[in-house]
Design a protein around this ligand. Structure first.
Ligand SMILES: Nc1ncnc2c1ncn2[C@@H]1O[C@H](COP(=O)(O)OP(=O)(O)OP(=O)(O)O)[C@@H](O)[C@H]1O
Ligand SMILES: [Mg+2]
Length: 281
């Protein structure tokens, strides 16, 4: 299922040259070390990665393998200990905190596992918030459009407690979208959702990626969800141990999740619990 590194066109021809695509993220030799008293935790141990415009990438790996650490660095929320990071050709490690915040606000939308919504705030207001910080005019109109894009135009006045988990996550996606970012980063966005809501969220991500060309990078523990993306990057112990294109990404809502995911589990088992890098590259 995975393991196709070449690009296949619709008529089955295998492209020999990689397509010309713009690199949006280029990280080189990234390490991240956390110091806890005398103990050093090496969360990332040398990661090189290029992500191209319009890609839909999932990042997988066991707990503690460095996924969230990597996402925080990709999102310019945190700086690496060593290594280089170019975001749209800008060397992010050289930016001041203020410039970094500007880049973040303009280019990147974040979605988190736990939605991170304000409890006593309506959907519309939640989505307006990033615009208030940015001081942009026409806030309500833009926020409504973003909510419409995630199918929540009839829930604008609802509080989080008046929405299902999947709807809350869609509000969070609308909030991430409202600044028209070129990239969405999501850390386990379907982790707290039942499978139906997870599918809805995947449908939204797939349509944002396909119809608007938004680059999406997200973390998931679920191989079935990962099969809906175009590329899977596997981390273990702070390193990339596999990086593959998905041969035929599933379309959210079309395929039935297999009642037992044994076949897929097997594919990921080695990466999670053992096995060498050679097998995967
Ligand atoms: N702020 C921090 N201070 C110290 N150590 C940290 C910090 N954040 C993460 N770590 C450590 O870095 C390693 C990688 O953590 P990270 O959160 O990136 O893992 P993860 O792959 O996202 O795991 P999970 O699947 O459980 O979310 C872990 O060993 C973790 O304990
Ligand atoms: Mg994590």
């Amino acid at each position: 299922m995975f393991g196709i590194l070449t690009r296949r066109s619709k008529n089955g021809h295998v492209a020999t040259e990689p397509l010309e695509r713009k690199v949006v993220i280029d990280i080189r030799g990234i390490t991240k070390m956390y110091k806890m008293g005398d103990v050093e935790v090496h969360a990332l141990r040398g990661v090189d990665l290029k992500i191209y415009q319009g890609e839909f990438v999932s990042i997988m790996g066991p707990s503690g393998s460095g996924k969230s650490t990597l996402m925080n660095i990709l999102g310019a929320l945190d700086q690496p200990t060593t290594g280089e990071f170019f975001l749209d050709d800008t060397d992010v490690s050289k930016l001041s905190e203020a410039d970094l915040a500007r880049v973040r606000n303009k280019k990147i939308g974040f979605v988190f596992q736990s939605f991170n919504l304000l409890k006593r705030t309506t959907a519309l207001r939640q989505v307006e918030l990033p615009l208030i910080y940015g001081g942009a005019p026409g806030r309500a109109k833009k926020a409504k459009a973003a909510l419409e894009a995630v199918g929540l135009e009839r829930r604008v006045d609802h509080l989080p407690s008046e929405l299902s988990g999947g709807q809350q996550q869609r509000v969070a996606i609308a909030r991430a979208l409202v600044n028209e970012p070129s990239m969405i980063l999501a850390d386990e966005p379907t982790g707290n959702l039942d499978s139906r809501s997870g599918t809805e969220v995947m449908q939204i991500f797939q349509s944002l990626n396909r119809d608007q060309g938004i680059t999406i990078v997200f973390v998931t523990h679920d191989p079935w969800i990962a099969r809906h993306t175009n590329r899977v990057i596997m981390l273990r112990d702070g390193k990339v141990i596999a990086d593959r294109e998905v041969a035929e990404p599933l379309i959210a809502g079309e395929a039935e999740r297999p009642s037992e995911a044994d076949e897929m589990e097997t594919m990921f088992k080695d990466a999670y619990y053992g096995g060498g890098q050679d097998e995967y590259n």
